[in-house]
Write a protein of this length. Structure first.
Length: 280
């Protein structure tokens, strides 16, 4: 596949885009190395950020089109939910929130000096569902939607958009029972929580992209291999790289960019995400 220069990448038109899914308030801890069983590690530094797959993908999409992106989500009625709302609004998102009488999910991400990370999440993943008082009826007006978490009917409502992509983390059973043929399914081919056998997908999406980190990834159904793109500076933190890739590919394909260039755009955005601590 051809590698496109950055000046070619950031030329997406104005689009009406949305992400449907989950948010977490994440504490990032910088450590020398990820601890082994029984070890005690010392954090050199820490910071907190509104993150989670839907948030990271939405911010990436908003930056690519230089327009606000709608994030349809669910948050707990607590301090962390309010922090997530305020922070993501500042990052250029329009949040449409189903507020729950439950705690907002939190996470802890340990980042080693070589850029690897390990994540622990705390609490239930809050997700928007079709019965929530959210602007589901407007989704038919969107150029593109990326889904990280919702129920079966939520996927069906999202399918009214011109282009719909999802991550396998939405839930294999949920995706199958929705009976929606996605335009794209994008997820890690290495992470056990996302890895999926293409032959088991029913109905099969138009394309399935299985990412493999620095090794690039595979595009089904033709099983074409693509290469990763080297970041512009040192890799520091891998948190959010896959979500940036997925959001960028969704935005590009929604803009009717050809698949090869869309994957290059995603690979570039995913690589650049690794050059700083945290996803933004």
């Amino acid at each position: 596949m051809k590698n496109y220069a950055p000046t070619e990448i950031f030329k997406l038109p104005k689009l009406k885009l949305a992400v449907i899914g989950h948010i977490e308030w994440v504490t990032f801890l910088k450590v020398d190395q990820l601890p082994l069983a029984g070890e005690i590690s010392h954090a050199k530094d820490s910071f907190e950020e509104a993150a989670g797959g839907a948030a990271v993908a939405a911010v990436q999409m908003a930056r690519l089109i230089n327009e606000p992106v709608d994030l349809i989500t669910s948050l707990g009625k607590d301090t962390y939910g309010e922090k997530c709302y305020e922070r993501l609004t500042k990052l250029g998102l329009n949040l449409k929130v189903a507020w729950r009488e439950k705690p907002t999910r939190k996470g802890i991400s340990l980042i080693s000096k070589d850029g690897e990370r390990a994540i622990t999440v705390i609490g239930e993943r809050l997700q928007p569902i079709a019965s929530d008082d959210l602007p589901w009826s407007n989704l038919k007006n969107y150029d593109g939607i990326f889904i990280t978490a919702t129920d079966e009917e939520g996927i069906r409502l999202a399918s009214k958009a011109k282009f719909v992509a999802a991550t396998p983390r939405t839930g294999k059973t949920t995706l199958r029972n929705s009976k929606v043929k996605l335009n794209a399914l994008i997820g890690s081919g290495l992470d056990p929580g996302e890895k999926i056998n293409y032959e088991d997908l029913v109905p099969k999406p138009d394309i399935y992209i299985a990412t493999e980190g620095r090794s690039g990834g595979i595009v089904y159904p033709k099983r074409n291999k693509y290469k990763s793109i080297k970041p512009s500076s040192q890799e520091i933190d891998s948190y959010g790289c896959g979500d940036c890739f997925a959001g960028a590919v969704t935005a590009a394909l929604s803009a009717k960019v050809n698949l090869e260039k869309a994957i290059n755009i995603g690979a570039y955005c995913g690589a650049e995400c690794s050059t700083h601590y945290g996803p933004y």
